[in-house]
Design a protein around this ligand. Structure first.
Ligand code: DGP
Length: 135
């Protein structure tokens, strides 16, 4: 897509600190990192959300995520790593090109506590049944 910033990064029309690239995916440092080492992995082929990607395309993307996360662990030795992927503005997606955040974590860093866990209500079984029947 001509006006997509991540397509431009994939095409090397915009500079990025690229750490990994293969036929279908590219990984580069997030320009506004949540923590040092925060990296984004994107498919080279434009898709706005994962609903537009095939299982094979997602497999390729997460193979790249796995490689880069392992390299971040080896290079930076974080205590933990979050893998985060937002679909749709309601879910916090700002850039409308699929991207997977790899975020190095350390104890007490205060990042990413987006919800208050609460005991499931009566609707749990009904929701589970709806998901199951959609598969
Ligand atoms: P999200 O909220 O999930 O859509 O995250 C978008 C991320 O993309 C955000 O952490 C900042 C990053 N970002 C936005 N524009 C650029 C850019 O031009 N270059 C790089 N390296 N990162 C970008």
């Amino acid at each position: 897509m001509s006006d997509c910033i991540f397509c431009k990064i994939a095409a090397k029309d915009i500079k990025s600190a690229t750490v990994y690239e293969d036929e279908t995916a590219i990984a580069f440092m997030d320009v506004n990192p949540a923590s040092p080492g925060h990296t984004l992995v994107i498919p080279k082929k434009h898709a706005q959300t994962i609903s537009e990607m095939s299982a094979d395309e997602l497999g390729n993307l997460f193979r790249a995520v796995s490689k880069v996360a392992a390299a971040i662990k080896k290079a930076l030795n974080p205590e933990g790593i979050n893998i985060l992927q937002n679909n749709g503005s309601a879910a916090g997606q700002v850039v409308p090109h699929v991207h997977v955040h790899i975020i190095p974590r350390k104890s007490g860093d205060g990042l990413l506590t987006p919800w208050k866990p609460q005991p499931a209500g009566d609707e749990l079984a009904e929701i589970a049944a709806r998901i199951k029947s959609a598969l």
